[in-house]
Design a protein around this ligand. Structure first.
Ligand code: URP
Ligand code: ZN
Ligand code: ZN
Length: 463
């Protein structure tokens, strides 16, 4: 006896079809029209969209940053994700300088063990190749552990930033292994100079976080890292949180040259802006201090177009929440001390659907591609995740395209005392969510057990 989702519109990156989905145990047994319901528990999905569970490939749960720790741990963050229609996250294990990657892997597995409410995987953020580059061999060890993507930061000097030699050596290794390098692209050393000059001039407010990180510093870093990837033997590279047209054009030009360069943008860059959200009085704009910062509104249309045209392949969140009252206020007198990041894991699907599909910017099928299928393919989880097909994990969202939601901190499940999308009205929401065949969300409530989420061993793209 299985669970039969009946009469819904099943959506993939290429088609939307009236069909039934039969779940047996943790996997999908069949997707076909008019499956005989005899002996099955039937879930009526008439009028609903049936989507592959969302995959958010950029989250920072329980992450130390700026003298504090992100406000959602694995329990809270993955519960909020599930409620929003996301059934898999890829979080970042951060290698500490002077310590091997294997240690970071153990630390991050311990943070998630017994806490994750949905399935999760890890990228390894590389900060140090070790004495005589000995820890380059950790890259192979991490691939064996199911980590097929390695993150480098070109920003945050003295904390996370790595130099070009490190990037290049890492890319030579990942190119050989078929692994992916994910890049936070910003020219960290130049930004550091601009930041010091701003502080010396007495500019300490949150707005200066944005004003000291120009778009050119992002675009230059994208250009440089694309060049390094090409030099390293066409190493596959994925640019995280592309925030502006200038950077997007660098990704576009690399792809036009046939290079294996991909990119994501995040919901905040698509719906928030420098003009609307920064410069608010009373330190309010500290809530919107992310890196890269919010950009001018004129960047939003080119970013949507890039998502539509496959210049960018993924919508993620960069969910890195900090409470306003006791965390953002660490930077009350100095914007460099404001912990960078914001909450968004719960709202990604709603915002991408409403501002993408409802607004006519992307098709329904492209929405599924950007939020589930392409993330699964790029990050080595397809077809286990990212598609509704026989044999795939039964990670399924029954999406009500008519449900109206007003986003608010008062009703959210993320553990912050504010929402960056406060008051946003969206149409379209997750009604039921299945994770590996288990109904974990119904009507906005999490029904699963804490710790049920499993680590996903990801594959490299060999051949
Ligand atoms: O502001 C952000 N994005 N915080 C998280 C770290 C990062 O750069 O992704
Ligand atoms: Zn980043
Ligand atoms: Zn991030």
């Amino acid at each position: 006896m299985g669970t039969l989702i009946k009469n819904g519109t099943v959506v993939s990156s290429t088609t939307s079809t009236l069909a039934d989905v039969l779940i047996e145990g943790e996997t999908i047994a069949q997707v076909a029209p008019n499956i005989d319901p005899t002996g099955h528990t039937v879930v009526d999905a008439s009028g609903m969209l049936v989507l592959p569970g969302g995959i958010d490939v950029h989250t920072h749960l329980d992450m130390p940053f700026g003298g504090t720790v992100s406000a959602d741990d694995y329990e809270w963050g993955t519960r909020a994700a599930a409620i929003g229609g996301t059934t898999t996250v890829i979080d970042f294990a951060l290698q500490s300088m002077g310590h091997p990657m294997t240690e970071a892997f153990k630390t991050w597995r311990a943070k998630s063990e017994g806490k994750a409410c949905i399935d999760y995987a890890l990228h390894m953020a590389v900060t140090d190749l070790g004495p005589n580059d000995a820890w380059l061999d950790d890259v192979d060890a991490m691939v064996a552990e199911g980590i097929s993507s390695f993150k480098i930061f070109m920003a945050y000097p003295n904390v996370l930033m790595v130099d070009d030699a490190t990037i290049f050596k890492l890319m030579q290794r990942t190119a050989k292994l078929g692994a992916l390098v994910c890049v936070h692209a910003e020219n960290g050393t130049v930004i550091d100079v601009i930041v010091r000059q701003a502080l010396a001039a007495g500019h300490t407010g949150a707005l200066y976080h944005a004003l000291t990180r120009p778009v050119e510093a992002e675009a230059e870093a994208v250009h440089r890292v694309v060049t390094l990837a090409e030099l390293a033997g066409n190493a596959p590279a994925y640019i995280v949180h592309v925030s502006c047209e200038e950077s997007m054009r660098e990704v576009q030009s690399a792809r036009r040259r046939g290079l294996p360069v991909m990119g994501e943008t995040c919901t905040q860059y698509l719906v928030l802006s420098l003009e609307d959200d920064m410069g608010k009085p009373g330190f309010e704009d500290a809530k919107y201090v992310f890196t890269p910062p919010l950009r001018k509104k004129k960047n939003q249309a080119p970013l949507w177009q890039a998502l539509k045209d496959d210049v960018l392949q993924v919508i993620s969140t960069d969910h890195c929440p900090f409470r306003f009252a006791d965390q953002k206020t660490l930077g009350l007198d100095n914007f460099t001390k404001i912990p960078n990041g914001g909450p968004g894991i719960e709202n990604r699907m709603q915002l991408a659907y409403h501002h993408g599909v409802n607004a006519g910017r992307i098709s329904l099928e492209r929405f599924v591609d950007l939020t589930a299928e392409a993330p699964a393919k790029i990050f080595g989880m397809y077809p286990k995740k990212g598609v509704l097909a026989a044999g795939s994990d039964a990670d399924i969202v029954i999406w009500d395209p008519e449900a109206k939601v007003t986003i608010s901190a008062a009703t959210q499940n993320m553990h912050t005392d504010y929402s960056i999308f406060e008051g946003f009205q969206v149409k379209g929401n997750a009604r039921q969510v299945f994770s590996r065949g288990e109904l974990v969300v119904q009507g906005g409530h999490f029904l699963g057990t804490v710790g049920r989420g499993r680590y996903v061993h990801r594959e490299v793209a060999r051949g």
